[in-house]
Design a protein around this ligand. Structure first.
Ligand SMILES: Nc1nc2c(c(=O)[nH]1)N[C@H]1C(S)=C(S)[C@@H](COP(=O)(O)O)O[C@H]1N2
Ligand SMILES: [Mo]
Length: 406
């Protein structure tokens, strides 16, 4: 990103001196276009990500993990997916960052310098599961437009900050408040300053939960730039799109927040199941709230080769939105029988839970290990893609890995 700023300063005339030759068709170059020669060739380095991460898009930046990279109980930055709808804010002045709380349903608008937020309110630390609503989209048929996430748009990092409820109580909220909406400092892809890339929110009930944070630290350090430095809303268990990054303003609304990507097909699914490909009238679309029960086998990596008779260990994580995971099973016979895994309790509400099991294969050959979680209300993960929807959200089908026994 430094280079981009450099390019801007140098201007196109200066550019030719840097590429050591003339840019022949420079007059056809779109404004703000950064020639390939100046684009950072290594986004993994730029964002401190592991090179095994998978880049899905560079305008905007979108990157996902692979299942075997997510084995840590607390996801480190290097394995954390990036989902941006716009351009990461440039030249952030973290010291002078201000958060404003406004909207129809505040008694009075109030602003806080980030330092005041940090010193005035009690700090809390929680591990919170953030999964993109579109995680698993690549399996949809007919296909759904958007980033073709496979399984890796999920993380569970440790977030530190102040409770949104404490700040809202300090501001004073009117009794007609129904929703909050966030406004971030990121830039619309068109660079039109009057457009926001995304501005979503949650009902007051979720906004006022103990675990809903205005966070300034991730895993004990400043939040990495791509993940919302210096201030981010974190509301675990819901589609991660409600966890606004680079937060400058939160509006307390007397109606469902109507910001960018709150309507149409965005983060909304048919209220009742529809046939794949069916047109759904707007009034039959419902906003996604809690994410469904899901799990990932994070060890071993799919394609593992093990020796006959040796102990085979599997582990992974399971999560269930607002609920807890109550049971975890695996199958080695394509789902015809299931065996229980050991399952740990979450370290706090909305954190994912670790599962493990050991098994022995008694015959050489090809196997698949399938994993299935059940939530505290008895909902089980489906074995195949669940309810089709236009934008490919909420695919919580069982995760599978291939294993060869030799
Ligand atoms: N300001 C802002 N907040 C945002 C977004 C964004 O583009 N801009 N993307 C949202 C979406 S769709 C997701 S899935 C999560 C991704 O968080 P991460 O990049 O930290 O993993 O951030 C959410 N918060
Ligand atoms: Mo997302």
């Amino acid at each position: 990103m430094k280079r981009r700023n450099f390019v801007k300063k140098a201007g196109l005339g200066g550019l030719s001196t840097v590429v050591l030759t003339d840019i022949v068709f420079r007059h056809f170059m779109p404004p703000d276009y950064v020639p390939l020669a100046f684009q950072d060739p290594n986004p993994f380095k730029m964002f401190n990500k592991d090179p095994e991460m998978v880049l899905l898009n560079d305008k905007p930046w979108n990157m996902e993990a692979m299942a075997h990279l997510l084995n840590d109980a607390v996801t480190p930055n290097k394995y954390m997916f990036i989902r941006n709808n716009g351009i990461i804010p440039e030249n952030i002045d973290a010291k002078n960052w201000v958060l404003t709380i406004d909207g129809e349903s505040v008694k009075q608008e109030k602003s806080y310098a980030i330092q005041d937020l940090k010193s005035k309110f009690k700090r809390y630390t929680y591990q919170l599961t953030l999964e993109c609503g579109g995680n698993g989209r690549s399996e949809f048929d007919p296909p759904a437009k958007g980033n073709q996430w496979t399984v890796g748009a999920v993380s569970c990092a440790e977030w530190t900050g102040v409770r949104l409820r404490d700040v809202l109580e300090d501001v004073g909220i009117k009794s007609d408040a129904v929703y909050i909406g966030y406004h971030g400092a990121d830039i619309h892809l068109s660079r039109n300053p009057s457009k926001e890339p995304i501005s979503r929110g949650v009902p007051m009930l979720k906004a006022l939960q103990n675990e809903t944070l205005l966070a300034f630290e991730m895993n004990g350090e400043d939040i990495p730039l791509a993940h919302g430095f210096p201030l981010r809303l974190v509301a675990g268990g819901w589609p991660a799109s409600v966890s606004g990054k680079w937060i400058q303003r939160i509006s307390v609304r007397n109606k469902i927040h109507d910001g960018e990507k709150m309507g149409g097909d965005s983060y909304r699914v048919p209220c009742e199941t529809v046939a794949p490909g069916e047109e759904v009238p707007d009034e039959n679309m419902c906003i996604i709230e809690s994410m469904p029960v899901k799990s990932l086998i994070t060890y071993p990596k799919s394609g593992a080769i093990i020796e006959l008779g040796s102990n085979f260990h599997i582990s992974g994580h399971a999560w269930a939105g607002e609920l807890e995971v109550s049971e975890m099973e695996f199958s080695i016979d394509f789902g015809s029988s299931w065996q229980k895994c050991s399952l740990s309790r979450p370290v706090n509400r909305l954190a994912w839970q670790r599962f493990e099991s050991n098994l022995k294969f008694t015959k050489k050959g090809y196997y698949e290990v399938w994993a299935r979680a059940t939530d505290s209300e008895g909902n089980k993960q489906p074995m195949v893609l669940p309810g089709w929807n236009p934008k490919g959200y909420l695919n919580n089908a069982c995760h599978r890995i291939a294993v060869k026994v030799v």
